[in-house]
Structures are given as C-alpha cells and as structure tokens.
Design a protein around this ligand. Structure first.
Ligand SMILES: *[C@@H]1O[C@H](CO)[C@@H](O)[C@H](O)[C@H]1NC(C)=O
Ligand SMILES: *[C@@H]1O[C@H](CO)[C@@H](O)[C@H](O)[C@H]1NC(C)=O
Ligand SMILES: *[C@@H]1O[C@H](CO)[C@@H](O)[C@H](O)[C@H]1NC(C)=O
Ligand SMILES: *[C@@H]1O[C@H](CO)[C@@H](O)[C@H](O)[C@H]1NC(C)=O
Length: 505
C-alpha cells in the first residue's frame, strides 16, 4: 500500500489505477512445459515449400517464435471412416508386430522438426488402428475388452521406434477424449475411439506393461485420460483411476466446459483426494469468444483474431497456471488452422473447413475481421486453397503473440512464485529461474494501470515485451524503480512480460 501511494503521488495518476503486489519467495508449482499440437495441420503444411515449412518450425519451436517446450505428436490411426482427409493421418500399424514407419510422412516431418529444435514430445492417440477397434474403423467405434495387451504393444513399439531415432518422446496419452467416438464411419470429422470409463484401466495397464517390458516405463510417462471436460472427468475418475494411479504420470484433461474458477478448484481437489500427489495438466482447448477477465467463455463458432480473443485465451492459461497451479499447458489440439481465410464479408457458406476449399481467389493478404462463421481454433492460419492458388502465406493472429509470452518465458524447470497483495489478480504471474524473474501480467481492463511490485531479493530490470491491440510482442521500457519497489506499466488490453535479473544492476 505504501508503494502504491508513493507511486500515485509521484506520477499523479489516479490511485485507482495503481496496484501493488509482492513476489513471494515460496514456490508454487515447477513448470514442465508450454505446448502445441500437430493435429492435424501437418497434412497440409507438409506440402508447402520447404522455406515456409522451415519458417513454420521456427515460429513454433524456436525462441524467436512461440518457443514451445512441448509438442504433441498424433499417432495416426489410419483415418478409416474419416471424411476429412486432413484429419485422417496414416497409421504405422500393418499387422501384429509389423509396422510401416514410412507411413504418415507429414506427421513425421513436423515430429522431426520438433526433435531437431530439442523440443520434448508427447505422443497421443485418437484411435487405435482400425484392425483393433470394435467396428474396424478409426472412428465411431470403441476399445475392445481384452485387447489391452495388443494395443499396448502397438503403442510401445511405435514409441520405442521413434525414440531409437533420437526423438524425445517422454509422454504417451493413449486415449484422447475417450468419452467421444466422433460419429459414424463415413461421416466422422476426425478419428476417435470411445473407451468407456470401465475400460480405461485396461488401456493404462496394457500400455504400462508394454513400456515396462521394453525398459521404458520410467522414461515414458502415461497421461490419462484427456476427458473433454472437467465435469465428465470428475464423474468418471472413481471408476478407473484408483486402480492404475501409480501407473499414470499425470492426470490430463481438456476444459471444453470452460469451468468457472470454483469448478476448476473443485476438480483439482477431487483429483487430490482420488490420486494424491498426482499433478493435473491442461492439454487441449479451443473455440471460445469472451474476455480476458473471463466473462463470456464457452465453446462456440466465431472468429476473432484481435487482442480481445487473445486475452481471453491468455486468461485460460492463467486459470490453469495460477488458479489450478498446473505445471503444463497445451494450446488447442489444432493451433494451426485452415479456417477462415475468407474475403470480407465472410458468408455462412465459408464457415466450416469443408467449404473453405471453394473460396475464390485472389490470394488473401490480410486477416479477415472478426465474424461469426469462422472458429477460434488457431494461432497461425493458412489458406485451404493453397494447392490451387499457391498461396503459401502464414497468417498470425494476436493469439500467437500472446501465447509467445508463455512459450518464451514459462520454461520447464522454472517455478511460479505467487504474487501477494489485495490487488493481485489471477492474471498476474511471476516465473522464476535461478537467475531471473519474469512477470507475465495481463491488463484486460479498458484503462491503463500500473503495478508496483516488490521482490524478496535484489533485482535489476532488464527488459519488457508487450502485446496489445497495436503491438506484437513489442519491446517496451524495462521496469523503473520507485523507492524499494518497481513500477510496471500495464497498458489497457495488453499482456506484458517484465524480466529482471536476480542480481544488483
Ligand atoms: C508405407 O507407407 C508409405 C506411405 O504411405 C507407402 O508409400 C508405402 O508403400 C508403405 N510401405 C509398405 C511396405 O506398405
Ligand atoms: C469391459 O470390461 C469392463 C471391466 O471389466 C467391464 O466393466 C465392462 O462391462 C466390459 N464391457 C463389455 C462390453 O464387455
Ligand atoms: C515467416 O512467416 C511469417 C508469418 O507469415 C512472416 O511474417 C515472415 O516473414 C516469414 N519469415 C520468413 C523467413 O519467411
Ligand atoms: C481491472 O479491473 C478489475 C475490476 O475493477 C480489477 O479488479 C483489476 O485489478 C484491474 N486489473 C488491472 C490489471 O488493472
């Protein structure tokens, strides 16, 4: 409070716009990764000129881009029954014990790009190969009781193969959204295999045993069960989780119910009681409108490439990191998308992916404006007509630039230090390494404000980066000193990262 009053008098700003906080010296969670996923854009981007593929890899995996520290590789199920060819990756599976590792060159290309950039990898499965599912398709069916060993063998063989080429596949999620089979073969929009709650322990046991027999059960952690929503996850955990909790590395979920803070907190507490000591991770979300402060969230169609939506997604990251103290966050399962490169105005027929290919030339050079027919499921968009119009441009939304703050500054091994004070909000976060503090701070309000902050040890401000309506990760002045505190300007509708060395200047 003293610092706030001092800053207010020094700079003659309204006291209402000055907030004060102290960085705690007691760590909350240690971060494991900030990720993105290779489902399903590799199918198309593989066909782009090599210079663009390289550029995309840099945008994803290098610190000059998002700086992702985790990549989700989709082990394809062969796409049997899936009507969207982009979402029908080939499978490595030929028959029991026989594989074709030349299959899915598209997915493998970007898997290897992640590996070449030193990014740790999570492999995940939407459906077992069709030979193993109840309906002999890659969607619309279910896991078959009694096939846990066969399925585990397949998954472990695939991981073992790619690990032997030097790729750091450290985690496997063997049943992505097991609550959904994604339709009927012949009309499915993607792969999917339902795994009833009472079948999930068999899947975990099958994969664990196969990994163990290859000496990989500690090197490759099992993530489960990637339920679509927290409410569903909570209701189904008692059925499967207690019997296999010791074989699961982390309890991983999606948040398609866009939980309130109270619901998210209740979820975390439920997991603590069912599987004590197990961390929860957020591994997929997309497709919402709403505000940075959290109002108006919910799964819906609609496209908004502006700072408003970018802050909404940032608010979701803060909710998982700050409210839920989760160590790992993955953006949308499809953070590069072909949606929505329509000319203005977008028509309703240009909404879903299936109609995008018919859009007219000329080549689009600018983002379309917000509209109701696209989807907020990407950070980088591309033209679905690339094959015919040769438009190989990559279109970055504001969401790309805000996610870069997390990708660049929340690194594996860094820790979150809680901010303390009555003015502290969920969307303010301090991340510490042994040598630096990164303060990632959102101002979702319509007025500028200033945060005055105090640290537990001696610091020296070194940089500031800001994304706002008019700025894309722009360099801004580092923090300035005010007495024993530091002044951090927070521009209206922005995400800013201030970095400090943990040493005297
Ligand atoms: C392996 O998959 C590739 C890519 O689809 C294909 O060209 C090749 O014929 C397959 N090899 C075998 C032996 O099936
Ligand atoms: C599959 O196995 C589970 C666990 O034993 C059991 O609860 C369930 O009824 C079985 N499902 C079928 C379709 O047999
Ligand atoms: C990479 O793509 C971005 C986004 O389209 C573009 O701004 C940039 O110029 C490209 N860089 C290279 C080296 O092609
Ligand atoms: C934004 O406004 C809310 C509500 O008045 C307030 O609680 C919050 O501290 C403000 N945040 C910032 C960064 O100014």
């Amino acid at each position: 409070m003293l610092a706030a009053t001092l800053a207010a008098s020094l700079f003659a700003v309204s006291p209402a716009s000055v907030h004060a906080a102290t960085v705690s010296s007691t760590a909350a969670q240690t971060f494991l990764g900030v990720g993105g996923s290779g489902a399903w854009w590799p199918h198309d981007l593989f066909n782009f000129p090599d210079a663009v593929r390289q550029n995309l890899s840099t945008l994803l995996f290098s610190q000059s881009g998002l700086g992702l520290s985790s990549y989700r590789f989709n082990i394809g199920g062969g796409g049997v029954g899936v009507v969207n060819p982009v979402r029908a990756p080939q499978t490595f599976y030929v028959s029991p014990g026989v594989y074709n590792f030349s299959a899915d060159p598209q997915g493998v290309y970007f898997l290897q790009q992640a590996g070449a950039h030193g990014v740790p990898i999570t492999a995940f499965v939407n459906s077992a190969p069709s030979q193993l599912t109840s309906n002999k398709a890659s969607c619309g069916g279910t896991f078959v009781n009694g096939t846990g060993a066969a399925y585990g063998t397949y998954v472990a063989d695939v991981i073992s193969h790619w690990r032997s080429t030097g790729l750091m596949i450290n985690f496997i999620s063997p049943m992505n959204e097991p609550d959904n089979s994604f339709g009927s073969p012949g009309s499915c929009g993607q792969e999917g295999m339902q795994v009833s709650a009472n079948q999930r322990a068999e899947v975990v046991n099958g994969v664990f045993n196969a990994l163990q027999s290859r000496g990989l059960s500690t090197a490759v952690g099992i993530l489960a069960d990637e339920s679509s929503s927290l409410s569903l996850a909570t209701s189904e955990y008692p059925t499967w989780l207690p019997s296999v909790a010791n074989k699961v590395a982390a309890i991983v979920h999606h948040t398609y119910d866009f939980p309130t803070d109270a619901s998210y907190t209740s979820f975390v507490n439920t997991v603590k009681s069912i599987a004590p000591g197990k961390a929860t991770w957020m591994s997929e979300i997309c497709c919402s409108l709403g505000t940075g402060a959290g109002t108006g969230r919910g799964y819906t169609q609609g496209f908004d490439p502006t700072i408003t939506n970018a802050l909404m997604f940032s608010g979701l990251v803060f909710q998982s990191f700050v409210l839920a103290s989760e160590p790992h966050y993955d953006a949308s399962s499809f953070e590069i998308q072909l949606h929505l490169l329509c000319l203005t105005p977008c028509s309703s027929s240009s909404g879903p992916w299936s109609q995008m290919g018919a859009l007219p030339s000329p080549v689009r050079t600018v983002q379309p404006p917000p509209n109701s027919v696209g989807w907020n499921d990407g950070m980088i968009y591309y033209d679905p007509s690339y094959a015919t119009n040769k438009n190989f441009a990559l279109y970055l939304t504001k969401h790309f630039w805000t996610y870069k703050h997390f990708g660049n500054f929340v690194k594996p091994g860094s820790v979150r230090l809680p901010l303390v004070g009555t003015d502290v909000r969920e969307w303010m976060m301090a991340v510490s390494t042994s040598t630096t503090y990164n303060l990632i701070l959102m101002n979702p309000n319509t007025t500028d404000s200033t945060l005055t902050i105090s640290f537990p040890d001696t610091v020296c401000p070194i940089s500031g980066f800001r994304t706002s309506a008019t700025e894309d990760f722009a360099t801004v002045a580092a923090a300035t000193k005010s007495g024993t505190s530091w002044l951090l300007p927070l521009k209206t509708m922005s995400l800013t990262t201030y970095t400090f060395n943990r040493a005297a200047c």
